[in-house]
Structures are given as C-alpha cells and as structure tokens.
Ligand binder design. Sequence first.
Ligand SMILES: Cc1cc2nc3c(=O)[nH]c(=O)nc-3n(C[C@H](O)[C@H](O)[C@H](O)COP(=O)(O)O)c2cc1C
Length: 392
Amino acid sequence: MSRMNVNKRFPSVADLESRALPRLPKFVREYLTNGLGTGTGVRRNREALNDVELMPRYLVEADQPDMRCTLFGREYDAPFGVAPVGLSGLIWPNAESILAEAARAHNIPYTLSTVSNLTLEETRRLTGEMGWFQLYTPKDEEDRHDILRRCEEAGYDTLFVTVDVPYQTRREHDIRNGLSVPPQFDLKTLWQMATHPHWALRMLKTGVPQFANLIPYHGKITSRSKRKQIEAQVQFIKDRIGLHITREVFGDIREHWKGKLLVKGVLDPQEAVAYLDHGADGIVVSNHGGRQLDAAPGAATLLPHVRKAVGPDATVLVDSGVRSGLDIARMLALGADFVMMGRPFMYGVAALDRLGGDHVMNILKAELQSTMGQLGCRSVEELPSHLVNGIE
Ligand SMILES: Cc1cc2nc3c(=O)[nH]c(=O)nc-3n(C[C@H](O)[C@H](O)[C@H](O)COP(=O)(O)O)c2cc1C
C-alpha cells in the first residue's frame, strides 16, 4: 500500500484498529484488546478521558504549536512514547523491531517489556537513545542484578518497574481461549490461524517467538527443540519471576540501578509520594489499560490527584486509554509530563505491518499539533492552563 493511500484510508488509530482486529486470530485479538471481568476498567479509562474538556482561546498567536518536550534532560520530538507490551512478537511478528525503529526515527521513546520476543541488547541497537526498559523482576537476586547489569551495559538509562501485577492475573478470555505460550496447536487454534492468513503466514516465517531476555536464566536444557526451550522459559516465568514488588525488592532495584527509575502502575496518590520518597525518579500513573483489576479507577481520573500529591516538580507519566493526539493533550492538561500508549501502536503494526509504527506516530503528532492549534496553545507546558474541569 502506498503512503498516500495509507494516509487517506487510515487517518485515525480507530481506523487502524478496525483493520487490525480481523487480521488477528481470536486468542491473539482478545489478549491484545480485552481487559478482564466485565471490561469496566477499559470503558472507565475511555469515559474518564471523554469527560476532560479543554478551553480554546483565540487571542493568542499559536500558529506554530511546539510539541517538543524535555524529560530527564533529553529532548523528544513529541510528549508521547510506546508503552511496554509483552509478547509483542506473538501479537504481530517483528512488532518489536518495527516499533523500535519507528520510535528512533520519530525521536520518541520505545519501552521494551521484560517478556519481549527480542532481546534487550538487540532492541537497544535499534532504538539508540530512544530505548527504555520495563522490568518484571526475577525473584533470584543474582538474576535480577544480571538483568540490570545487562540493561546498563546495553546503554539503557531509563527503567520502568511495573508494580501493578502483584498477583497472578485472571483473564477469562485467555482461559477460555486456552491462551498459552508456546501456542497449543489444537484444532481450535489451528482453525483460527488458518482463517487469519496475514498473521499465520508471517508467523510461519519468523517461527513462534521466544522470551528472548530470559534465555540466560532458565537453566540448561539439553533438547534442541525450540518448543522445549520456550516451555522452559514459560516455566521460569511461572516459578521465578516475582509478582509482588515488596519494599525490599524495590529498595534492591534502586540500589542496583544507577539510571532513572520510574514506577509503573501507580494509582493511589499517597503511594506515588511514598515511591518518590523511596528513591523513584518518577511515576507512571496507569491501570495497565484496564487489564489487572476491573474495579480500578481510570488513570485520567487519578492523574490530577497524583499530580497534586507529588507537587509540580515531580516527573509524572501516564497511560491507559489514550487513543489520539487529543487524548494526549487531555492527559498533559491533567498534569502529566509525558504520555504512553500500548494498544494503539500494536493496532498500527497489525494493520500495516512495516508501515504501521511510523503511521501511528505520524497520526498522533498531527492530531496533537492540530489540537494545540485549535486551543491556541503554543507549547505543551501551556496545556494545563486550558483545562476546564480541574480538581480543587
Ligand atoms: C497485550 C498487552 C501486553 C502488555 N504487557 C505489558 C508488560 O509486559 N509490561 C508492562 O509493564 N505493561 C504491559 N502492558 C500494559 C501497557 O504497558 C500499558 O500500561 C497499557 O497498554 C496502556 O493502556 P492502552 O493499551 O490503553 O494504551 C500490556 C498491555 C497490553 C495491551
């Protein structure tokens, strides 16, 4: 498809989502899009954003809205980035390299999940300075310190520690679909794959992806079968990746990580303050895109309360439910310094393969610029002054 056609046919993330979803087998589609329970958490994220009103003003000269943004001393071309999405390479083959390269070209960050299908070293080579890493920590201190060492040696300077998966997650659709890694090739999944040739043919080419970062830790396995190796990695995740980040584990990570440390998945304003007191450099307000607790409040609802609690100088990022440049403006107006997204980038890649990452980033930049122009807003720092319904 030519670039002109892409621009015309898919002017929004919603258009990409509509094209992407039918291209994915059901077990992949539901893993990517759904929340859990009744899906209330996902809806709440959306509704909280829809409720945010922004005041346009027309007496200001804002013909050249400036989207650039500085975080921890580094300038980004826009105030948004790619959130970590585990198993990206299973959702769409090569998704990680596509998004890592697009992020570098757009001068915005790409965050690699611990449970990714490309190694942190390979990814850092693709992202350059635009690479961030998200940690699900091994329980074993030696393994944990080794991952942190590898991150540092690879050149990462920003680490997300995700705290909002303190217990085994129970997603009904994944149970129903028998989602497993490596995928079980029973009649049901084989049929789903056969009826989704875009996905299946690419997956045949790349092969079922491994949990590439964990290969050094799952112990020696004698079999050369790839399936056996993936099974060993999955067993490692089940047995030896710690879910709950206790104060001790957090303290240990802080002690062994010299770079910037951000805590991802915070909703309670008082906890945000506590993490900063314990040495975090920033907070990512998030309900994990409504994927962990159906009753969790929307990230946009809690964001202004977190900002008020931590004060104007603390670094606050946010994700969950953001689907457009307008949503990015809303989150910045509510007090975020920077906005992350998970699913939108995956929709782009599943819809357009190699062109997808670049296209989503172009859409979001164009929408944010247009929103700022409509508001009469010259820079991203001015966005909070356009918020209509702020908290007291
Ligand atoms: C399929 C999927 C996998 C995810 N895997 C991870 C992960 O490995 N680590 C993590 O910290 N967050 C993970 N997240 C959460 C995202 O980083 C982010 O918080 C969420 O997607 C934001 O919501 P959005 O998708 O509405 O933008 C995942 C999200 C999705 C949709």
